[in-house]
Design a protein around this ligand. Sequence first.
Ligand SMILES: [Zn+2]
Ligand SMILES: [Zn+2]
Length: 351
Amino acid sequence: MESERTKAACHGSGMRGLCAFRPSSTTRHTSMTAIRSGLRAPAGALLGLSLLACRVEPAPAGSAGALPDDLMGAGRTRVVLLGTGTPNADPERMGPAVAIVVNGAAYLIDAGPGIVRRAAQAARNGVDALRVENLDAVFLTHLHSDHTLGLPDLIFTPWVLERTAPLRVFGPSGTRAMTEHLLSAYEQDIRIRIDGLEPANHTGWQVDAREIVPGLVHQDENVRVTAFPVRHASWPTAFGYRFDTADRTIVVSGDAAPSESIIEQCQGCDVLVHEVYSESGFARRPDVWQRYHASAHTSTRELGDIATRARPKLLLLYHQLFWGTTEEDLVAEVSNHWNGLVASGKDLSVY
Ligand SMILES: [Zn+2]
Ligand SMILES: [Zn+2]
C-alpha cells in the first residue's frame, strides 16, 4: 500500500501547503478537484486558505475516492476556523475560536484572542454571517484564558461597531461571574461611550450570560446545540458541543483528554473538530508537562482511536500542539490509527 502513496503539492490557486493523498491513481484528480471546489464560498468566492494537510484514504466501495460534496461545502452549514491556536503565541494562529455558520447566522465556540479580527477577515473573504456587528452568540467550552481572552473583545468591539443585541454567552459555572467582572472592568468605557459624544446604543454592550448543564442548551430555526461534558485536567466542568442543522452534524471537542462523550455524540457525524497534540513531540516534553498534558489533552494516537470509534466523515484538527513537529507529521501520526479523512485546520479554513 505504501508504494501507492502519492504526494501532491497544492501551491497556487489560493491553496497553500501540502496535501498527502493515498487514493488510487485513477481517483487522484477527482480528489484534488473536490478539495479545490470545497474552498468556495456559497457565492462562489474563493475563501482564503484551507486544507494545509489532508489525507484521503481509499474510499469505501462505490464512492471512488472523491471527497463527498457535503464534506466540502456543498450544503448550507459551514465550519469556519477563526482561531486554531493554543496558549502559545503563534502569530499564524489566533486563540481557539470556531464558527458554525448556517442560513446567515453565526454561532461561535470559544473566544480566543483575535476572534473579532479573524471574524472580520472571514467576512471580508465572503462569509457575511461573520461581519462583526452580527456576532451575538458564543458557546464557551471552559474558562481557560486561551479560550476566553477574546471575550471582552467580543462584548465591546461589535457594540462599538453598532451591534444593538446583547451578546449571548453560554458556558459553564463561572461564566456569569467572568462576564460581570469584565463589564466592571470596562465600566468607564461603557459610561463614556453612552454619556459622551459617541453615538453609542444603550443595549449592545450588555451580556446575556447563561450557565448551562449538559443537554440541549439552545435551539432556534437554524440549529440545535447540545453541550456534553469532557475531561480536561482539573477543570470541574468543560464542555464539548454538538451542532445539528438541517444538513450537517458537527461536533467540537473543546479542550479534552480522551472522552467517551465525544465518541457518543459524533457517531458518524459530518465533521469532528478535535484538539490534538503530537505523540512524538510529547516524548520530548518535561515530565511535569507530560503529566499535565496527558490529563488535559488528546494525543495523535488517542485521537486516531477516538475517530475509529466515532466515525466522522471528516476529522478536523485544531488547537494543535506541535512541539517541534509539522502539520504533515501530525496528520501522519493520526492516520497511523485512523483510516478516514483527516485535515489539519488553519485559521480561516472553511469546511
Ligand atoms: Zn486551550
Ligand atoms: Zn483548556
